[in-house]
Design a protein around this ligand. Structure first.
Ligand SMILES: Cc1cc2nc3c(=O)[nH]c(=O)nc-3n(C[C@H](O)[C@H](O)[C@H](O)COP(=O)(O)OP(=O)(O)OC[C@H]3O[C@@H](n4cnc5c(N)ncnc54)[C@H](O)[C@@H]3O)c2cc1C
Length: 288
């Protein structure tokens, strides 16, 4: 279908984009890779009167190191994240998650900022960003702020972004060499979106005891979440297969597991258990 008519703007700076968004309020939408917004417009699920295309804002396309974190501009594509030497060597988990997104066309056009702002519960980045304890950098009419990933994903397709605010960057920590990570995903065959995905970040001491663990889950609930019961069960314990298996049974504790045409709640729960276990096991082995 053809979208409803709209007026198009191509700002060349963050400030210009924000002032356009302030001028047109709820009738305006930012456009990044267009791989979520344009399908919604074609299906007439969204009909913005004003499109603010971010493609001309060069500073949103950069990946740079800032202190002990990597700053990834909102317009960095999934493909650039998947193939960046810096991200592969310093935050491999994110590169692995990007590699799992959709197909080559989606990865070439879609951006991390667009994906995170869209907050699809079956998207790949949210699980990884939660496990990494990433920060989302936002600029808006009343200035800038940083929001932790755990506070950013509020509900189904709902984030902490307020009207007119622009997601400008994601900050992920540069991981120490003794930290292991892994991303494991069960894809919905047609779209590639996650029926279940699990991201794990693990560190252990010389005796093999777990000194840090963070597990993010996508695809299972109305929003991505941290599997805190799994984390609590493993922290301080030796990361044996038995301990990981037992802990992973808690992955959907207090989560409203989705039940839809793609998978029943029972199947999703069983797969969440299995994929969390796999991600933790691989991350623990990589933490050697
Ligand atoms: C066939 C297909 C398969 C896919 N498979 C997967 C998959 O397996 N895993 C996965 O994670 N995703 C998947 N996607 C989604 C894809 O990753 C999109 O690229 C992503 O969801 C949105 O990013 P975008 O840059 O295209 O954003 P857009 O579509 O341009 O924007 C999405 C929304 O975010 C808002 N927005 C965009 N940028 C900003 C910003 N900087 N600040 C504030 N708001 C902003 C827009 O106004 C819009 O509401 C798939 C998409 C398609 C079409």
């Amino acid at each position: 279908m053809i979208p409803e008519a709209f007026e198009y703007f191509a700002p060349s700076s963050i400030q210009e984009a924000i002032s356009l968004a302030r001028r047109y309020g709820g009738d305006a939408k930012f456009l990044s890779g267009g791989h979520s917004l344009l399908p919604m417009m074609k299906l007439r699920l969204a009909a913005p009167k004003y499109i603010i295309d971010l493609a001309g804002i060069g500073e949103l396309t950069q990946i740079s190191e800032e202190g002990d974190s990597l700053k990834i501009g909102a317009l960095v594509t999934h493909k650039a994240i998947e193939t960046s030497d810096e991200i592969q060597s310093r935050c491999r988990l994110l590169a692995e998650a990007a590699f799992e997104i959709g197909d080559p066309q989606v990865r070439s056009c879609g951006t991390i900022g667009g994906s995170v702002a869209h907050a699809d519960p079956a998207a790949d980045y949210p699980a990884a960003l939660l496990a990494l304890d990433a920060e989302v950098r936002i600029e808006g009419p009343s200035g800038g702020r940083s929001v932790r990933a755990s506070d950013f994903f509020v509900d189904l397709f709902t984030t902490a972004l307020q009207q007119g605010e622009l997601l400008v960057a994601i900050h992920v920590p540069v991981l120490a060499h003794n930290v292991g990570t892994a991303y494991k995903k069960l894809r919905q065959q047609a779209s590639g979106f996650a029926l279940v995905s699990a991201a794990a970040v693990v560190a252990k001491d010389e005796g093999g005891k777990c000194t840090h663990i963070a597990v993010g889950i996508s695809g299972v609930g109305p929003k991505a979440f941290r599997a805190s019961k799994v984390e609590e069960s493993l922290l301080g314990k030796t990361l044996t297969e038995k301990n990981i298996t037992n802990a992973s049974h808690h992955v959907t504790a207090s989560v409203d597991v989705q039940n839809d045409i793609h998978a029943s709640a029972e199947y999703r729960s069983a797969m969440a258990d299995l994929f969390a276990k796999n991600a933790i096991w691989v991350a623990a082995n990589r933490a050697e």
